[in-house]
Design a binder for this molecule. Structure first.
Ligand code: 5RP
Length: 223
């Protein structure tokens, strides 16, 4: 099976986690896009969605799905999103699509985080995928020095020869070369660096379920 077929399979499996008449949180990325397209097929069964990025909001709306501002929503049964890496314990690296801050905020309101990922995302040790960190623009140099002092190699994410700006108007540092043995502790350490908005470690509040696409079918990991 191709990677896209695996992503489609987990997106279809995630539909069974969408309760009727619910408001659900929706993530960002290529796997989340497959999920949005599947969600469109049952859109009459849900009330609305909360999006983790402008791109996701636009895709949901293009299918005629109502998108609510998170400030109008006090609880959601599920948040469904992809990951760049996930451990057998449910800790994740996210932010490859630069949406980590809104993803973490929307996920924090949901009762369950359902991670949908192809099997290549499952790792025993986080860090081969460069760890995204969203920073306030005026702080990118000082935060880079502090991340490098932790043993990383932080690089400003670029787009069209300019620093990429997130939906929140901030910048992303991608930290290469980390081997993250204790993701909970590193999440706290990086959160405490002044200038950091969000670190793309989702360990303190990781996934509750991971639907993993493999050649043998979709595997369900519960955490
Ligand atoms: C976006 C994310 C995505 O969930 C992550 O990058 C995985 O993306 P994809 O499904 O395209 O592999 O965190 O900020």
């Amino acid at each position: 099976m191709t990677q896209d077929e695996l992503k489609l399979a987990v997106a279809q499996a995630a539909i069974t986690y969408v309760p009727e008449k619910a408001i659900i949180g929706v993530g960002t990325g290529s796997t989340a896009n497959f999920f949005i397209d599947e969600l469109a097929k049952i859109k009459h069964k849900i009330k609305a969605a909360v999006a983790s990025s402008e791109v996701t909001a636009a895709r949901l709306r293009s299918h005629g799905i109502t998108v609510l501002d998170l400030n109008e929503v006090s609880s959601m049964p599920v948040y469904i999103d992809g990951a760049d890496e996930i451990t057998p314990q449910g800790a994740m690296i996210k932010g490859g699509g630069a949406a980590l801050t809104r993803e973490k905020i929307v996920a924090s309101v949901a009762e369950k985080f359902i991670c949908i990922a192809d099997g290549s995302k499952l790792v025993n040790l986080l860090g081969k995928f460069p760890l995204p960190v969203e920073v306030i623009p005026m702080s990118h140099a000082v935060v880079t020095r502090k991340l490098n002092a932790l043993g990383g190699d932080a690089r400003l994410r670029m787009k069209d020869d300019q620093a990429l700006l997130t939906d929140n108007g901030n910048m992303i540092l991608d930290v290469h070369g980390l081997q993250i043995a204790d993701p909970v502790a590193l999440e706290t350490t990086i959160n405490n660096i002044v200038g950091v908005v969000t670190v793309g470690l989702f360990a303190q509040q990781g996934a509750n379920v991971c639907l993993l696409g493999t050649a043998e079918g979709v595997k369900t990991l519960q955490f």
